[in-house]
Design a protein around this ligand. Sequence first.
Ligand SMILES: Cc1cc2nc3c(=O)[nH]c(=O)nc-3n(C[C@H](O)[C@H](O)[C@H](O)COP(=O)(O)O)c2cc1C
Length: 307
Amino acid sequence: MLAEVDLWTDLAGISLKNPVLLASGTAGYGVELSGLMDLSRLGGIVIKSVTIEPCTGNPEPRIWETTGGMLNSIGLENIGVDALADEVLPLISDFGVPVFASIAGDTVRNFARLAARLESAGGLAGLEVNVSCPNVEKGGIQFGSDAGATAAVVTAVRENCGLPMFVKLSAAVTDIARIAEAAARAGAAGLSLINTIPGMAIDPVSRRPRLGMVTGGLSGPAIKPVALKSVWECYKATSLPIIGGGGICDENDVIEFLLAGAAAVSVGTATFQDPDSAIKILDELPAAILRAGSNSVIRLVGSLRTS
Ligand SMILES: Cc1cc2nc3c(=O)[nH]c(=O)nc-3n(C[C@H](O)[C@H](O)[C@H](O)COP(=O)(O)O)c2cc1C
């Protein structure tokens, strides 16, 4: 019998019964998974990024497995904000966990419109603001690679929406901490780190790219060290709560992210290997917290020993 371990955590005033979330784009709208797993066990869910208009995404192939990871170029395929608000959000209270929507505007104004529309639809605990998608021609990482552009998006969302906002950043920038500081100054409630890292793969026989869009975003264990460093740097630079993720596959990965400064974590690519991976991680997490010499998630956050 394990000693009592407190899994509770807090994201900018949002109370989570445990720190394990499903990452945006890897859990659909939650509805698709509700028959396959007990969503109510999770700390929360971040649903697929939404745009103003429905989007069919990029040409196929859109997924390619790499050593220790996966490339995708889905390209923000989604049903559009009106369908999300009218058809999906009324169902999310059934999940029994906080749900975060992810918005992806192609302009600053459209980020604000998306946020306002979703807030008025109701039911959401918060928003992720995706300024880091590498797979779209307009918007995406263009906003998140510039501190001023990130701040402009955050300001516009804050002026039009009262929901807590977690800004999702890319590690494919010169200095992620400076972008995080700009997001903090503009009024972000927290950060979500990291999105996929731009990459590509080539078939050496046909000499063709493996992905229809040629380039894509790398996720999975291959990016975990980069994600950890990003979390650590942003934790030191801002006082914002962080949703950390990138390559999390087991409970020990979660501990690493907590130590680096994440208050919660997101599980993405691992769910492609095993849809139940987040639940399995959760089952093993109390024992890992005890092994790390603690009995609470909150006390582990940012407690990396550097001397
Ligand atoms: C197929 C796929 C689709 C994704 N779609 C989105 C998305 O719509 N919005 C977003 O912010 N991140 C998206 N991501 C990025 C993930 O949310 C996550 O940040 C990234 O994959 C790193 O975590 P992981 O290694 O655990 O997957 C997607 C990732 C994958 C693999």
